[in-house]
Design a protein around this ligand. Structure first.
Ligand code: ATP
Ligand code: MG
Length: 232
């Protein structure tokens, strides 16, 4: 992670001009309400992750950003073969849980394209593909402060940054990154939700409850499929 002033307290304020979404923010904080150049263009958010499993943290920040940035749709982009971490549950389970989590939301959907691709998946490739398929869309790629700290390590990061507005959200335990690439991103001080998939997995393995940290449908799925339980 990175070494910066921690996430500012408070959230929910929208500033003038370049839109500041939540808390105090720097010059790189921007909101882009539909202006003349955006007219007729669909604003689509992408929240990439392994979702192993999806939890309330993903949902709270996703919905907050979707609403505050006035996005027409948010897509949960489920990673297939993440090049920087191993996922513990098969992609079809992670996709099914993500779908269950947002089944009741008209403006949030799951995109499982990366799970059908062999080998490592790079955001730059996915964004290029989306642009080709949907030239009428403006894409916003959401990521937590912990993930944003690693942006400089990303494969073809400049291409990725050119293809979407990168929106970085605060995350408990992660300072706001200060590397140079942050200057081209939008910072959103979303409500802080201290939940991680790692902790959820560990608690399930240890036999603890994860009720209310994951949606009930996800909890039922975890139970039905005995995910993250110790192998007997
Ligand atoms: P793991 O512990 O397995 O890494 P995770 O909880 O970090 O899981 P991911 O699927 O890795 O979940 O995260 C997908 C994206 O959502 C990342 O950009 C991550 O920073 C962001 N994110 C996940 N949980 C939160 C949270 N509680 N608050 C803010 N952002 C979050
Ligand atoms: Mg993570």
């Amino acid at each position: 992670m990175s070494e910066h002033p921690g996430p500012e307290a408070g959230h929910g304020e929208v500033g003038a001009g370049r839109t500041v979404v939540g808390g105090s923010a720097g010059a790189d904080d921007e909101r882009r309400p539909a202006g003349p150049r955006d007219q007729g263009r669909r604003r689509v958010g992408l929240l990439g992750g392994t979702f192993d499993p999806i939890h309330l943290g993903h949902l709270v920040v996703g919905e907050y950003v979707r609403d505050r940035l006035g996005l027409d749709q948010l897509r949960l982009l489920v990673a297939g073969d993440p090049w920087m971490k191993d996922s513990e549950s098969a992609a079809h389970h992670r996709v099914a849980m993500a779908r269950a989590a947002v089944a009741d939301h008209d403006a949030i959907v799951v995109d499982d394209r990366e799970t059908h691709r062999d080998g490592p998946t790079y955001t730059a490739d996915t964004l290029a593909m989306l642009h080709e398929e949907e030239p009428g869309c403006d894409f916003h790629f959401l990521l937590g402060a912990d993930a944003a700290a690693h942006l400089p390590d990303w494969h073809r990061v400049d291409e990725a940054l050119a293809l979407a507005t990168f929106v970085v959200v605060a995350r408990p335990g992660s300072d706001r990154p200060t590397h140079d690439l942050m200057g081209g991103t939008t910072w959103v001080q979303a409500p802080l939700v201290d939940i991680s998939s790692t902790q959820v997995r560990a608690d399930i393995t240890a036999g603890h409850s994860v009720r209310y940290r994951v949606p009930e449908l996800v909890r039922a799925y975890l139970d039905d499929h005995h995910l993250y339980r110790p192998t007997p």
